[in-house]
Write a protein that binds this ligand. Structure first.
Ligand code: NAD
Ligand code: IPM
Ligand code: MN
Length: 360
């Protein structure tokens, strides 16, 4: 039976970057026999404009029925004045929660052709291959109480709550451990256990889970040090596991090790392997509409979809090989451009990957 893929382009560069990824999926369907059907729906600001809500019920229903979801990006200055409850970002947080996508895998891999595109010295980043496992449906993003209240003196006070249950920590650390077992068997759990009770508990749970994985070398690091170490000597890391907010920040940081945030894909998985796939970057309002956004993070997210949700790891390899080939040809969107290479736009980059895929 054919698998159903729901495509959610979203806002800003979302539509531009999703186009190349959809072409890759269509190529796999037409030339490689991948049995899929694709459907499209609204999310984010585009959904608010059309339907009055960033996550319409119709989108939730389609996403629940789909075998996998491909998302572009949401948000933008146009919707910033809206109440936070209907801002585009709420649509993204809502779909993650609705689908139970608690495990967010963000691989930071340096393509060797881009060693010169990183802002770090080539020897610091060459051979880089880190997997950041970010908890995605809990923590301060979802904790109650939250809000802005007025104090007696008329001053306002904003508040959010960092909260995790042991079971939530246990399951995300197990995901990270299972990944570490298939890699170099090193897991670094990142917390702020010296200050925050919630992450003191996180550390205890991680240690307990670690006892079930005697082959994995588990270490713990405070998040401030982890941010510094990522820039100082990133290759010390194999797999990292951390909270929702720390993972958000550390993955943007790690993306620059690979040359650009436009290179980092992600998979957001539930308990059963159902997933949503998206680049880790946002809607990039500063370059939106110009046709220059890097589509590779989104195309590499398709590779993750093939691997994690569609059970087509050989096709995933083919897609990654095609990305490699486009880079080998010297093609670069502006974010990864360096002297001696050829600057191309979003569409040309996407088409080059499709061509390389088709030609094997
Ligand atoms: P951003 O990731 O959109 O952009 C940060 C910087 O990276 C910008 O200079 C942008 O041009 C650049 N960039 C991002 N993606 C790129 C690509 N594919 N190719 C080349 N350059 C790229 O982050 P921001 O500016 O902080 O946020 C903009 C909007 O996006 C906000 O509304 C934010 O809430 C939203 N956002 C959405 C997601 C998502 O949908 N998953 C993620 C992050 C931010
Ligand atoms: C991301 C984004 C989102 C997050 C925002 C847009 C809600 O930054 O996917 O990394 O913080 O999770
Ligand atoms: Mn982010």
């Amino acid at each position: 039976m054919s698998k159903n893929i729901l495509v959610l382009p979203g806002d800003g560069i979302g539509q531009e970057i999703v186009t190349g990824a959809v072409k890759v999926l269509a190529c796999l369907r037409d030339d490689f026999g991948l049995d899929i059907e694709m459907d499209e729906a609204l999310i984010g600001g585009a959904a608010y404009d059309a339907a009055g809500h960033p996550l319409p019920q119709a989108t939730i229903d389609l996403a629940k029925e789909a075998d996998a979801v491909l998302l572009g990006a949401v948000g933008g200055p146009k919707w910033e004045p809206l109440d936070i409850s209907v801002r585009p970002e709420k649509g993204l947080l809502g779909i993650r929660k609705e689908l139970g996508l608690f495990a967010n895998l963000r691989p930071a891999i340096l393509y060797p052709q881009l060693a010169g595109a990183s802002t770090l010295k080539p020897e610091v980043v060459s051979g880089l291959d880190i997997m950041i496992v970010r908890e995605l449906t809990g923590g301060i993003y979802f904790g109650q109480p939250r809000g802005i209240r007025e104090l007696e003196n008329g001053e306002k006070e904003g508040f959010n709550t960092l909260v995790y249950r042991e079971s939530e920590v246990d399951r995300i650390v197990r995901v990270a451990m299972d990944i570490a077992m298939k890699r170099n068997k090193r897991l670094c759990s990142v917390d702020k256990a010296n200050v925050l009770e919630c992450t003191e508990m996180w550390r205890d749970v991680a240690t307990k889970v670690g006892a079930d994985y005697p082959e994995v070398a588990l270490s713990h690091m405070y998040v401030d040090n982890a941010a510094m170490q990522l820039v100082r000597a990133p290759k010390q890391f194999d797999v990292m596991v951390t909270t929702n907010m720390f993972g958000d920040i550390l993955s943007d940081c790690a993306s620059m090790l690979t040359g650009s945030i436009g290179m980092l894909p992600s998979a957001s998985l539930d308990e059963h392997g159902k997933g949503m796939y998206e680049p880790i970057h946002g809607s990039a309002p500063d370059i939106s509409g110009k046709g220059v956004a890097n589509p590779l993070a989104t195309i590499l997210s398709v590779a993750m979809m093939l691997r994690y949700s569609l059970n087509e790891s050989a096709m995933a390899d083919q897609v990654e090989k095609a990305v490699n080939s486009a880079l080998d040809q010297g093609l670069r969107t502006p974010d990864i451009y360096s002297e001696g290479t050829e600057k191309v736009g979003t569409e040309a980059m996407g088409d080059a990957v499709v061509k390389a895929l088709r030609e094997g």
